[in-house]
Design a protein around this ligand. Structure first.
Ligand code: FES
Ligand SMILES: [Fe+2]
Length: 428
């Protein structure tokens, strides 16, 4: 059970808050590479953990992130000119390089002034379609981390961003809550519901989600925790000597890997501020990613909801999330796609939910754990310890196995590699 005070601690991510200070000990994605398509392109305004930044790509193709408001007198640099190796503030022409070096101050000729100061600039890494930044204390900068999604060739990967006006925890909890999958995502996951209604059975590739009462187990790991949902096999594969084990890792501070039928999804729920979140999804596989299939499955092929060139998610209570109740005899939710469903639920609470009002049951095990582990992790940082899992540079072993095993098999034996990691030395 979460108290009102604990809920407040969990959801507030601005500077000086417990969760905000904890989250500032990690690298976070702040944009997709596609949002900055070429040298000197239009700069991006972005928000991370309640602070405003400008992200831009200079003439050499290098990405930088500065405080959005110009260090001179605070005009937004996002209006600025990006050219000849820097971004120039429109107001008085101060020009900055990606590392914050002051290149020009036309209204102040003293070059010593430029040499002595720097604009607030942040460490940025661009890797495999995502731009990551570190905004925490320099002395606590952790190593940059690598995930399984980084190990596949570029054509086997597709990166997308969805901006949703809800607190990050609502969305992260949804992603870690296996018990909703066979209900909310009935049309994709619960084959029997469709078969009863004579629907074409095109979801047969999904795992055995028809079991109405899976068993859930959870255990902490060096990167956060992982949990298993153990289910009986569906009627089409009925074999009572076997069970299906589906493991989901929660990679702190905001990540998870979800196994899909043809690709995996590495998802980050990056808090822009207390009330809005940028969801970054890297879809990856051993085969080339079918982008059209992915967008259709997520329901993001409908431009009323989302467009690739504009990450803001457009369905809200104002348009009833574009829910189509007329199809609900054949479609459980009235939505056509997993992200349409997840986003509608995440937004339906309002931007911040008071968790002290819930009535939790055993099936909510993984959701209870994410809160407890976050509170613990934030406390550890307050006590002067490293942030949970932040020092593990190589997380490529973290995966989301989904396998059938003989009944009675210890679920942990499906992912023994989730317990063995090498802690890297913190970078200076
Ligand atoms: S406010 Fe940016 S140059 Fe003056
Ligand atoms: Fe979901």
């Amino acid at each position: 059970m979460v108290t009102k005070a604990e809920n407040e601690t969990l959801v507030r991510v601005g500077p000086g808050t417990d969760m905000g200070e904890y989250m500032r000990r990690y690298w976070h994605p702040v944009a997709t590479s596609a949002q900055l398509p070429g040298p000197d392109c239009r700069p991006l305004r972005t928000k991370l953990l309640g602070e405003r930044f400008v992200v831009f790509r200079d003439s050499a193709g290098k990405v930088g992130m500065l405080d959005e408001l110009c260090m001179h007198r605070g005009a937004s640099l996002a209006l600025g000119r990006v050219e000849e190796g820097g971004i120039t503030c429109l107001y008085h022409g101060w020009k900055f390089a990606v590392d914050g070096t002051i290149l020009e101050t036309p209204n102040h000729a003293d070059c010593k002034y430029r040499e002595r100061r720097k604009a607030p600039a942040y460490d940025v890494v661009e890797r495999n379609g995502l731009i990551w930044a570190y905004i925490g204390p320099k002395e606590h900068k952790p190593p940059f981390r690598t995930f399984a999604a980084d190990t596949v060739p570029p054509e086997n990967r597709y990166v997308l961003r969805i901006d949703i006006k809800a607190n990050y925890l609502q969305l992260w909890e949804g992603g870690l809550d296996s018990s909703h999958v066979s209900v909310l995502h009935t049309n994709q996951a619960r084959t029997s519901w469709g078969i009863e209604r004579g629907l074409p059975n095109d979801s047969s590739k999904w795992t055995p989600m028809d079991d109405p009462s899976p068993e859930f187990q959870v255990e902490d790991t060096p990167f956060g925790y992982h949990y298993a949902a153990t289910r009986t096999l569906p009627p089409s594969r009925a074999d009572d000597s076997q069970r299906n084990v589906r493991i989901t890792p929660a990679i702190f501070p905001t990540g998870r890997i979800i196994r899909g039928p043809v690709s995996d999804f590495l998802v980050w729920e990056t808090p822009s501020d207390d009330y809005s979140t940028s969801t970054y999804i890297t879809v990856y596989s051993n085969n080339p990613v079918d982008k059209d299939w992915t967008l259709k499955t997520l329901g993001l092929n409908d431009t009323r909801f989302w467009r690739e060139d504009d990450p803001e998610y457009k369905a809200s209570w104002e348009n009833n999330f574009f829910q189509d109740r007329s199809i609900m005899d054949q479609n459980w939710s009235g939505f056509k796609g997993i992200e349409q469903e997840d986003a509608a639920i995440g937004l339906s609470y309002g931007p911040i939910f008071d968790r002290s009002k819930e009535n939790l049951v055993t099936a909510d095990l993984a959701v209870v754990r994410v809160r407890r582990r976050l509170l613990q992790a934030a406390q550890l940082v307050k006590d002067g310890e490293a942030a949970l899992g932040s020092q593990i540079a190589d997380l490529t072993a973290v995966a989301a196995p989904d396998v059938d095993v003989p009944q009675g098999t210890d679920w942990r034996s499906v992912a023994p590699f989730h317990y063995e990691f090498t802690v890297a030395q913190a970078a200076e």
